[in-house]
Write a protein that binds this ligand. Structure first.
Ligand code: COA
Length: 461
C-alpha cells in the first residue's frame, strides 16, 4: 500500500486533531477536578520563652514586643531538633492519608537546610519510611520556599491527577541573642498533602508573582544566623504585597470585598497587619463590613504565630491553619485563657488592641468560614519574591483538620527561663567538622531526633 503526501498529511492532521481532542478533553477534566491541600498539619518544639520575660532581660519595654512587634511567646528548639526532625514530626498525622503507590514527590521548602548538597527530603523520607518511587527534593528561596513547593506540587498533580505530593515547609529562625531580630525568632514545620479533590483547600491557578534581586535578608552558608536589613525588608514586604495584589485584582476584576479572609507570611504578626492596612487604605470601595471582617479574620490567622514566632517558609501556612482551626473560637489559643493564673491584664488588652475596629462595627462577630469561601494568601521570601494566590474552602474542611491536637500541643509546651533559652540557643550543633552529641534530655513529645553528628554525617533516630 502506498500513501501520497496528501494522505500522509491528512492522516497526520487527523492524528494531531485526535491528540488535541484528547488533550482538550483531558485538560477539561483536569481543570474540573480541584487540586489543593488535602490535609495540613504542623509541629513546633515543646519549649518556649515568654517574650515579656525576654524583653525584661534585654531591658526593653515589653509593650514593644507584644504590641509593636505583636509577639507573645517564641518556640525554642533543643539541639536534638532540626528541620529534618521537625519536618518528619509535622508530617506524621498525614501518613494515614498517604497512598503509598500514589505518593510521587516529597518536597521540602526550607532556608535552614542541614546540608548544602543533600536534600533534607531524603532524611525525612527515610524517617517516615515512604516509598522509594517518590522524588525527594529541597527548594530554597528564603520564606517563599514553602510556596514554591506547594505550587510545584499543585502543578504536578494537575498533570498527574491520581498522584499525591507531600509538601513540608520547615525552618528554624535564628538571628542571634541580643539582636533586633531576636524577638522574631521561632521554629516549626507545616506539612501538606497535595492531591486532586482535596478535603481542605482548593488552590486556584491564579497566582501573581513579583521577583526582584534585593538585599534585604540573607544567610551565608558558613553561619546559622540570618543577616537582615530589618526595616528595609519590612518596607519591601509591603511594596511587594501591594504590587502583586493590585495586579491580581486587575487581572481577576475583583477587590478586597470578595475575600472571606486574607492570610499573610508572618515574620511577626504586626507585619501582615501593616500590609493589610496598606491595601485597605488604598481601596476605594471597601465596605465597612468587609474591613472589619478582614481585620477580625486576620487576627485569628495570627494566633498560632503569636505564640510560636517566625517559622520562615511555614509561616504563611501556620497563619492559614490558625485561621481555619480557630475561626469561630480564637480565644482557645490565647495563653492567658489556657493559664488564667499567668494572665497579664495589660498584655490582654494590648493583644486585642492591635486591631482597631470602627465603633459602629465594634464587637461584631462574623459568620464562620464556610465551603466556597475565597481566601487570599500572600507569600514573601526575602531576596525577594512575592506571590499572591487564592484558595477556595472545600466542603467539610473543618473535619479534615487536626485542631484539637494542635491546640493541645501548644498548650502543653514547657516554658523556659531566659537563661535556659540562651543555653539551648547556644548549644546547637556548630557549622564545623567536629563531632556532636545532642542533648539526651529535652526529648519530650516528639518522635524523631538528631542523635549525633559523627565524621560529618548526621545520625537521626
Ligand atoms: N510600646 C509599643 N510599641 C513600641 C514600643 C513600645 N514601648 N517601642 C517600639 N514600639 C513599636 C515601634 O513603634 C514599631 O512599630 P511600627 O513598626 O508600627 O512603627 C515597632 O514597635 C518596632 O519597633 P522598631 O524600633 O522599628 O524595632 P526594631 O528596630 O527593633 O526592628 C524588626 C524591628 C522587625 C525590623 C526587627 O525585629 C528585625 O530586623 N526582624 C527580622 C527581619 C524581619 O522580620 N523582617 C520582616 C520582613 S520579612
Amino acid at each position: 500500500m502506498t500513501f501520497s503526501l496528501k494522505n500522509i498529511e491528512s492522516n497526520h492532521a487527523k492524528q494531531l486533531f485526535k491528540d488535541n481532542e484528547n488533550t482538550s478533553v483531558e485538560n477539561t477534566h483536569v481543570e474540573s477536578s480541584p487540586v489543593g491541600i488535602d490535609r495540613i498539619s504542623f509541629t513546633t518544639p515543646h519549649y518556649y520563652v515568654d517574650l515579656t520575660d525576654l524583653a525584661k532581660a534585654r531591658e526593653i519595654d515589653p509593650n514593644k514586643f507584644t504590641i509593636g512587634i505583636g509577639q507573645s511567646e517564641q518556640s525554642v528548639p533543643p539541639n536534638n531538633q532540626d528541620i529534618v526532625t521537625l519536618g518528619a514530626q509535622a508530617a506524621l498525622p498525614l501518613l494515614k492519608y498517604v497512598k503509598k503507590d500514589k505518593l510521587k514527590m516529597l518536597i521540602v521548602g526550607t532556608e535552614s537546610g542541614v546540608d548544602a548538597s543533600k536534600s533534607s527530603a531524603l532524611y525525612i523520607h527515610n524517617l517516615l519510611k515512604l516509598n522509594s518511587c517518590a522524588r525527594c527534593i529541597e527548594i530554597k528561596e528564603a520564606c517563599y520556599g514553602g510556596t514554591a513547593a506547594l505550587m510545584t506540587a499543585c502543578d504536578y498533580v494537575r498533570v498527574h491527577k491520581d498522584s499525591q505530593v507531600l509538601v513540608i515547609a520547615a525552618d528554624i529562625a535564628r538571628y542571634g541573642l541580643n539582636t533586633p531580630g531576636e524577638v522574631t525568632q521561632g521554629a516549626g514545620a507545616v506539612a501538606m498533602l497535595i492531591s486532586a479533590n482535596p478535603h481542605v483547600l482548593k488552590i486556584n491557578d491564579d497566582s501573581v508573582v513579583k521577583s526582584c534581586d534585593i538585599q534585604d535578608f540573607w544567610r551565608p552558608v558558613y553561619q546559622d544566623t540570618a543577616l537582615a536589613r530589618g526595616k528595609f525588608s519590612s518596607e519591601k514586604y509591603i511594596e511587594f504585597f501591594l504590587d502583586v495584589w493590585q495586579k491580581y485584582s486587575e487581572q481577576n476584576s475583583c477587590d478586597l470585598n470578595d475575600f472571606a479572609a486574607l492570610c499573610f507570611h508572618l515574620p511577626y504578626t504586626k507585619m501582615g497587619l501593616k500590609a493589610l492596612r496598606a491595601a485597605m487604605d488604598s481601596s476605594e470601595n471597601l465596605s465597612e463590613t468587609s474591613r472589619v471582617r478582614l481585620l477580625e479574620k486576620y487576627e485569628t490567622s495570627t494566633k498560632y504565630s503569636r505564640r510560636i514566632g517566625n517559622i520562615y517558609t511555614g509561616s504563611l501556612y501556620l497563619g492559614l491553619l490558625s485561621l481555619l482551626e480557630l475561626d469561630g473560637n480564637p480565644e482557645i489559643a490565647n495563653p492567658e485563657v489556657v493559664n488564667p493564673g499567668a494572665a497579664n491584664p495589660a498584655a490582654t488588652s494590648i493583644q486585642t488592641s492591635t486591631i482597631q475596629t470602627n465603633s459602629s462595627c465594634e464587637n461584631q462577630k462574623f459568620s464562620s468560614l464556610k465551603e466556597g469561601d475565597k481566601i487570599g494568601l500572600f507569600s514573601y521570601g526575602s531576596g525577594a519574591i512575592g506571590e499572591f494566590f487564592t484558595g477556595t474552602l472545600m466542603q467539610g474542611f473543618k473535619q479534615a483538620l487536626f485542631a484539637s491536637e494542635h491546640i493541645e500541643m501548644l498548650n502543653s509546651r514547657a516554658k523556659l527561663t531566659v537563661s535556659e533559652y540562651e543555653k539551648m540557643f547556644n548549644s546547637v550543633a556548630k557549622y564545623c567538622p567536629e563531632d556532636f552529641v545532642s542533648d539526651t534530655t529535652h526529648r519530650d513529645c516528639t518522635q524523631f531526633f538528631l542523635n549525633s553528628i559523627s565524621s560529618q554525617e548526621r545520625n537521626y533516630i
